[in-house]
Structure formats: C-alpha cells, structure tokens
Design a protein around this ligand. Sequence first.
Ligand code: GDP
Length: 419
Amino acid sequence: MLHYGHVDIGKTKLLDCIRRTIVQEGEAGGITQQIGATYIPAENIRERTKELKADAKLDVPSLLVIDTQSFRRNLAGNFRTTTIESINLLRMRNTEFIVALNKVDRLYGWKTCRNAPIGKAMKQQSKDVQLEFDHRVTQIITQFKEQGLNTELYNKNKDRGETYSIVPTSAISGEGIPEMLLLLIQWAQKTMIEKLTYSSEIQCTVLEVKVIEGLGTTIDVVLVNGVLHEGDEIVGPIHTTIRSLLTPHPMKELRVKGQYIHYKEIKAAQGIKITAQNLEHAVAGTSLYVVGPDDDMEEIKESVMYDMRNVMSRIDKSGEGVYVQASTLGSLEALLEFLKTPADPIVLGVDVIEGIVKIGTPICIPQRDFTDIGRISSIEINHKPADYAKKGQKVAIKITGSNAEEQQKMPGRHFEMED
Ligand code: GDP
C-alpha cells in the first residue's frame, strides 16, 4: 500500500489514526527519514473493521504501509505536488487505487461518530450535512472525470476495476477508517493474491542509511520477498554480514526511535532495520543481495554494479550547472526531475528583430537543429498585454511548453520563431 497525495491532505494523520499514535504531533519529533514503513498486522485490521462484519473474508496476513511524506513536505512551498500529478503517477504505473476523501469532519455541522463506519456516521448527520456531502462528492467525481477517470462512492461502485472507489474519512475522529481498511484489503485480495505468490528469492531495497546511537550505522530496508537471517552475508555496494535484524513494534513507524524487536530471521513483507559493520557505503535506493552457499560472488557483484550503473546513469555528473545534494537516491532523482521543470512559464524580455511575434508561435533554437522549446503563451508591451508585437518593439513574452531544459538556458540566446 503506497500512500500518496497532495501535501496537507492528511496522509500522515490518516496513518496515525490507523496506528493510533501521534507521529505527526511530536512522538517522532525528529523524523528525518523520507520514507517510512509501518507494518499493520491482520488482527488490527480485523479489530478496526469488526463493525462491518466482514472478518470472515479477511485472508491477507498484513498490510505494509509505505509513507512518502517528509521529502515532499520540505518542498511544499514550491513543489507542485498536485493531485493530478499523483493520478498521473498511478496511471503511468498501472496501479490500482482507492481515493480517501479525507476531512469529512470539516463539513459544517458534522456530528462526530468516533471511529464509526462512514455508512453509520452518515445516517447520524442532518439533512443539510448530507446534502452538502452529496454536493461535494458530485463535484469531486466531476473533477476526476475531467482527468479521464471514473470514480464512484465505494458503496455505489458496481464496476470495480474500471471505476475507482471513493471512501470518505476523517483522520481526526476516525469515521470511515473501517471502510477504508476493508476496501484496501478486499482490493488486495482480489487483485493481488494470484500475483502474490510468495517467492523465496530475496528482493530487498535500501530505504535509508542512518547512524543510530548505540547501534552505529544502520540501514532501513523493505524486504519484499524472501527471508533474511542474522548472519546472512549481504552485498550491495557494501559487503558485510547481518549482525542484527530489528523491527519497531507492530503498528509503530520505522522512523520513530524506540524499542526494537530482535529477530533471528524475518520473512517478507516487512520494513526492517539492519545493523552490521561497514554499512556507511550503502546507498539508499539500491537492492541488497544475499550470498547463498551455491552463489557465485562475481555474478552477484556484477548485478550490484549493474544496479549502480543504472542508478548513476540517471544522474548528470558532468559538473556543469547546479550541484544537488540529497540524503537518498529517491529524493535526489525527484529533486533533479523537479529542477528540470520550470515551476512557472518562463518570462523573457526580447527585441523583435524581424517579422511579427504572436501568441501561440512556436519557438526554436536555429543553432541546435531548430530544437523546439515551447510556444508563446502571452505577450506584454510596456506591461500591457498584447496579441502580437512587431519588428523594432521590445516585449516580454511568456513561454510554456515542451522543452524545460532548453528553456532554462534561454536568457541571452538568439532564437527564432517558426511561422
Ligand atoms: P499530509 O501532508 O498529507 O501528511 O497531511 P497531514 O496529515 O500532516 O495533515 C495536514 C493538516 O490537516 C494537519 O494540520 C492535520 O491535523 C489536518 N488534518 C488531517 N486530517 C484531517 C481530518 O480528517 N480532519 C481535519 N479536520 N483535519 C485534518
């Protein structure tokens, strides 16, 4: 379960509500990790959904929630973390999802029904609240439609698969959390169980490399497949032996410093903290390999090098331009991607040397095989909007469009407008 969406929509709070902890309000005062992992055992899901009387149908052993919050929060000021961006990511990766329509308690006149199923809570509301609710839901369904997505309130959704379910929730008073958990589980059971054949092959990714008092340098990993044991020989860009395998207590966040549980071995899927020597050179975002008795060390090292090359090839190390430093590879990649996309249309002051400049005119660089940069989206002459500008005029133009990298290099350049 990947937990994704617009900043401040309540992702952390929702997770807190499921865990019934207060990560957001200070228990984890110094959260520094970008990605958190929380293990939610089936008992807790059963407990939280028991009012829905669906426990007989629960076959999934647990949920592992991966939270992506902090990094995006740090950049909240200028990062365009829009819902549309999230939707596009989900679509691009063919990921099924449900929509938590959070903060229902903000509806004017909402009557709190702590931790109740949303179906039950809705029945307690006044006619006005119910009408306002219907109105808001219709608006949201329309907005999704505009993005080419069919959505429907979970209890009216007859066409799961083609139509995504919306479940109203409040992370503050807990209404709708039972349905949200049940939907997630049902969805996991329906769509993933056949694919979820447990494999013994190790699949393990490093989330973060971190020094912990008393433990030295540790790595936090997500084990997706297979079993890890104390004493396993692990290889990434590092080569060492697992000293201890630790997890936080169930329902606690891997990022929150606290008591750890020690394991001799751990089976997937779990978020795990590993202690060992020489972990300093581990790289967040890469895979860990375990050396088995019959494995060829050279082959494994080759796989590691392949991973590293793959990762490094996505990063420009030419030494030109802005230097970017980040604590994990994931952040680094996101940051680089962000820097390549101008946040606003680029504005340029230009002298019109020849011809006429119009809104919509495409722009290209003749010296570079007429590389396309974008189109003129607005023109101003003496701070007044204009539809076109003529030879001899000085104008400000805004360019929106295709080639962000080239746009960054525009000032001072000679360029041409195509007809
Ligand atoms: P995130 O950026 O998506 O992780 O958002 P947070 O979980 O940090 O929530 C952002 C703000 O909205 C915080 O001030 C929360 O207390 C508040 N908030 C989150 N969920 C709810 C909710 O269901 N109801 C209300 N009233 N406020 C909420």
